[in-house]
Design a protein around this ligand. Structure first.
Ligand code: NAD
Length: 254
């Protein structure tokens, strides 16, 4: 059966569309996920480096772990799922992409209305004054890198137990509450508060569509759950949506 038929989605440009992504959307770009098969912990070097990283997070050891991650992501490219989200953003009048990913691949693909809940590994943050510093090059010339105020920077990545930037969290909650359609793609749904966003949208009457290669803790709650790889399912869904809407001029990301 066609995906759209199953989902009963109306291709209405004026709908509020919200997308929450997790590590799974970057898996086909070659970025390892966090849990389960294909996780970064399958690499003994990642385990060794991560074991030495820790508070106050602006140490050489922490940056050695992040340089390993940054070098890996630098070799990866956004995939068709990232690019389909860019096409969707240009189609829908109200579109918001919320990501738990820190790899920067949504930005590289060209997404604009983007909320990075957990930060971005291509930025450093000054623990003294909170300033964000772009660090686009890897390897860095010194570990740790320093802010112009003389303080060692930490990676701009939210660590377990740390709060989310209140502005980003509040924007994410607002968008989720207004959603007509909510896509939740490639996340295990175990990290709070991200996992609460689709449930909030559902409670406010949104249709929630999950795309994941496996069943998750969110699966029993969502409107429809589609098993498969994001880079295959999402472009197919988008194609069907454009056909149904009779749109010929929309960008095709493949
Ligand atoms: P997770 O590793 O807990 O879950 C990944 C999910 O993606 C799983 O449910 C898995 O079944 C699914 N998946 C794997 N390949 C897929 C594919 N090709 N298509 C669709 N689904 C696929 O990741 P999470 O839920 O994002 O939570 C992990 C945390 O770790 C987040 O906070 C995130 O910041 C961080 N993290 C980020 C990255 C990244 O930036 N790429 C990578 C690893 C971890």
């Amino acid at each position: 059966m066609e995906l759209l038929e199953r989902l009963t989605i109306i291709p209405d440009r004026a709908q509020q569309v919200v997308v929450l992504t997790g590590a799974g959307i970057s898996a086909e770009s070659g970025v390892p996920i966090f849990r389960g098969t294909g996780s970064m912990w399958e690499d003994p070097l990642a385990r060794r480096l991560a074991a030495r990283a820790g508070p106050p997070w602006n140490t050489k050891a922490t940056w050695e772990f992040y340089e390993w991650r940054r070098a890996l992501v630098a070799r990866c490219e956004p995939n068709t799922a990232h690019r389909t989200l860019v096409a969707m953003e240009s189609y829908f009048t109200n579109f918001c992409l919320i990501t738990q990913n820190v790899d920067g691949l949504h930005r590289r693909a060209g997404s604009k209305n983007l909320l990075e809940l957990h930060g971005n590994m291509w930025q450093g943050r000054c623990p003294s004054d909170g300033a964000l510093v772009d660090l686009p090059d890897t390897p860095l010339s010194s570990l740790p890198p320093y802010h112009s105020c003389g303080t060692a920077l930490r990676p701009h990545v939210v660590q377990f137990g740390e709060p989310i930037d209140p502005t980003i969290l509040s924007e994410s909650l607002k968008a989720s509450m207004r959603a007509d359609l909510f896509f939740v793609i490639g996340t295990s749904g175990v990290v709070a508060p991200a996992r609460d966003l689709p449930l909030l949208a559902l409670n406010k009457g949104a249709k929630v569509i999950e795309i994941n290669r496996e069943e998750t803790v969110l699966t029993p709650h969502v409107t429809v759950s589609i098993r498969g790889k994001a880079a295959e399912i999402l472009p197919r869904l988008w194609n069907e949506l454009l056909e149904k809407a009779g749109v010929r001029d929309a960008p095709k990301p493949y």
